[in-house]
Design a protein around this ligand. Structure first.
Ligand code: ADP
Length: 719
């Protein structure tokens, strides 16, 4: 009975076990089905952490094992590339021993066929009945993410490369540097390929290799085949090649290889051999062009062991190179144009200097003789006015020449500013006395127009540092204009000092300047009244010169004006205070008597007979003994032969030996002999050169009789 009962029980429990097993199997199937639906790979190991007890279908697919997976008794570490195995095993064991419930790690997996791919692992511990029973490993294929990350990285790197290269192109100083820069950088992109960078000369239609890489292991064979090194060739690219491959902004694959860019017969024959020798598979080419003008190009010969080319980056880079070469060409043209302009400027200056000399020399004769005639009592009264007019017209011609010279000098950058200390109030007094005897002023007042000429000196007589000659020139011009354009009323001038600046002003009650002409009047040759029937004389150069000089003096010029009421011109110069011994403000009294220099002898070195006659006439009343030499060589001989010569008046421009060379030799013979130079060349720095050559003084042509006598008096009698 008992045994029956126990049999029943036994049967019951067996049925239960079978039922439970079926349930477990059903669960297992469900689990497998579920895991097979997972897009990730899933593995389970036993407690060894390595022997696989479960693999989902996805993993079987990815690892390319098929049904072998179950029979091959695989270890998880066998699915990992060798280099990562040891690390992974250690990490797993450490993880099992730790309290951690999750381990995240990365490695490279290897499929049955050897395909490697990056994976990330998400690992948890499996616990059965409270005991560690193995690892559950979720594996994610990272290929897509890794390549997306790599692409993003490449993109960033390329972008940074292109922005850096755009800047580098700006700093490269020659087209040679540009070609080499292009070649070197492209070799980095396609290190296994042959990179050829060539220039293209439009006028000769010739290309030359300016950079080549990747051929050096084969150079000897190449030279053997070609007859010379590739860089030595003058290449004439077929026009078909140029238009097909070099004319747009894309990197193009060349269809028929080497042959398409060679025209020379004997090279064509070698093309296949060369291609074989260098193991070239195919070519790419692109032109370096800008505004459809070709400056050069690129050829990439891709070898069998190919490089993958980042076409977009190369295209942008080569496009940048085209722009850089274009800019370099414009730069070179500009440099050439600048050199030509400088040469023509020098020519212009030389021309003006010569013209100055040529025009001033005869003018010297006219003005000198006219001055002498005016001084003479023999001249009949009826001619006196005519002679006066000769002097006046001659003087205005001279002023015009000097104005043109000044404008040219300013424009050619040859106007020199000579800083020296001077007294400000003394200059104002000087200006006043110049204009009190100015014919323009005298004439107006004589015509009862009563122009009041007044000046203001707001400070004590301080000494400042600037160029007094230039400031005087500007003030004379502005006061002259004020008098010219004022019919009635006043002309006031003076200065104020404020904020480290001296502001000079010239104010008048004249015709004023229309507002719309304000832009023009500082331009050369411009006048408010441009009609033929102009009321006022003038060249339209005065304000242009003044503005140029003021800029050189680091100042500004401007004006305020009201039509029919008057104008006020202002200009500034920096206020550099200085100290200087007070000079005698009053000009030395002129001796009423004519000097008697009959005991003295002067050597006049002058090649122009009329000029000599002028000097002779000017000095006639002084009774100075005159000797004449008409060239530098003769002057030296005369000094040697006439030890009693007291002074020399030396013309600078002389035939045979120049005045300055003659001066140097004369001073070696008689170091103390005073020599006064006569300069007619307003353009160059003759005056400085005269002093450097040892002259004691200089006088410019046309000679002014009083100035000449004054300078000689200073030497002969010391006053
Ligand atoms: P110029 O006096 O030889 O004509 P400037 O360059 O000195 O040449 O002056 C240019 C023009 O500016 C003058 O022709 C005149 O029209 C105008 N201008 C200059 N100064 C004055 C002034 N003080 N009053 C009125 N107009 C003036």
């Amino acid at each position: 009975m008992m045994s029956n009962i126990s049999k029943d029980l036994q049967n019951q429990s067996d049925a239960e076990i079978i039922r439970l097993q079926a349930k477990i199997e059903e669960r297992d199937e469900k689990y497998k089905l579920l895991t097979s639906l997972l897009p990730e790979m899933l593995f389970e190991t036993d407690t060894t952490t390595e022997r696989l007890t479960f693999v989902n279908i996805k993993a079987i697919d990815v690892f390319e094992y098929g049904s072998d997976f179950y029979t091959s008794n695989l270890y998880f570490t066998e699915l990992i590339r060798k280099e990562d195995r040891q690390r992974c095993t250690e990490e797993f064991q450490k993880f099992v021993a730790s309290e951690n419930s999750v381990l995240n790690t990365e490695c490279t997996a290897v499929s049955k066929n050897g395909r490697k791919f990056p994976v990330s692992l998400h690992i948890t511990k499996m616990i059965t009945n409270g005991e560690f029973s193995g690892l559950s490993i979720l594996m994610l294929d990272q290929t897509a993410q890794k390549s997306a990350r790599q692409n993003a990285l490449n993109y960033k790197e390329n972008l940074s490369f292109l922005s850096k290269s755009a800047l580098n192109f700006l700093t490269l100083s020659s087209d040679d540097d540009i070609f080499i820069f292009v070649g070197k950088n492209l070799s980095k992109f396609a290190s296994k390929s042959i990179i050829v960078v060539f220039s293209y000369e439009h006028s000769s239609d010739i290309s030359k290799i300016r950079y080549i890489s990747g051929i050096y292991p084969h150079i000897d064979v190449l030279i053997d085949l070609l007859g010379k090194s590739p860089e030595e060739f003058n290449i004439k690219l077929p026009s078909k090649f140029k238009s097909k491959y070099l004319s747009d902004k894309t990197l193009k694959r060349i269809d028929c290889g080497f042959k398409s860019f060679l025209v020379e017969e004997h090279l064509l024959e070698k093309a296949d051999q060369i291609q074989k020798q260098l193991k070239i598979n195919h070519y790419y080419s692109m032109g370096m062009a800008r505004d459809s003008k070709l400056f050069g190009g690129l050829l990439i010969a891709v070898r069998n062991d190919t490089d993958t080319l980042d076409t977009q980056t190369i295209e942008t880079f080569i496009y940048q190179a085209g722009i850089a070469l274009h800019r370099k060409q414009i730069d070179n043209e500009l440099v050439k144009a600048k050199l030509a302009a400088e040469a023509s400027d020098r020519l212009k200056s030389a021309f003006l200097a010569n013209m100055s000399h040529e025009v001033r020399t005869p003018l010297n004769g006219i003005l000198g003789l006219a001055q002498v005639m005016l001084k003479s009592e023999d001249i009949p009264l009826k001619f006196r006015n005519d002679v006066k007019m000769i002097v006046e017209s001659g003087t205005s011609l001279l002023t015009l020449i000097e104005d043109i010279m000044d404008v040219s000098k300013i424009e050619a950058g040859q106007m020199k500013i000579r800083y020296k200390p001077f007294f400000l109030n003394t200059m104002i007094d000087q200006l006043y006395s110049i204009f009190m005897s100015n014919p323009l002023y005298l004439q107006k007042n004589a015509q009862q127009q009563n122009i009041e000429l007044r000046y203001e000196k707001p400070c004590e007589n301080i000494a400042i540092m600037s160029d007094p000659d230039r400031i005087l020139q500007i003030m004379i011009n502005l006061i002259g204009n004020a008098l010219k354009f004022t019919q009635k009323g006043f002309v006031h001038f003076g200065y104020t000092i404020e904020n480290e600046e001296i502001t000079f002003y010239v104010k008048d009650s004249g015709i004023g300047i229309p507002e719309d002409k304000s832009e023009q009047i500082f331009k050369r040759f411009t006048q408010v009244d441009n009609t033929l029937a102009r009321k006022f004389k003038g060249s339209g150069l005065g304000l242009a010169i003044s503005k140029g000089l003021i800029t050189l003096l680091n100042g500004r010029i401007w004006y305020e004006s009201e039509l029919e009421k008057g104008s006020c011109f202002y200009f500034t110069i920096p206020y550099y205070h200085t100290t200087m011994l007070a000079d005698d403000d009053t000009p030395p009294e002129k001796s009423a008597e004519e000097p008697d220099w009959s005991d003295y002898t002067a050597l006049i070195v002058e090649d122009d007979t009329i000029n000599f006659k002028v000097i002779e006439a000017m000095l006639q009343n002084t009774k100075l003994q005159l000797l004449r030499a008409d060239n530098g060589q003769k002057a030296i001989e005369m000094v040697r032969m006439n030890p009693h010569i007291d002074l020399v008046l030396m013309d600078v421009h002389l035939p045979v030996l120049s005045g300055l060379d003659a001066t140097a030799i004369i001073l070696k013979i008689k170091p103390k002999l005073p020599i006064i130079a006569q300069t007619a060349n307003a353009m160059s720095d003759d005056k400085d050169k005269c002093l450097e050559a040892g002259c004691i003084d200089y006088i410019s042509k046309p000679l002014d009789m009083e100035e000449l006598i004054g300078k000689i008096a200073k030497i002969l009698t010391g006053n």
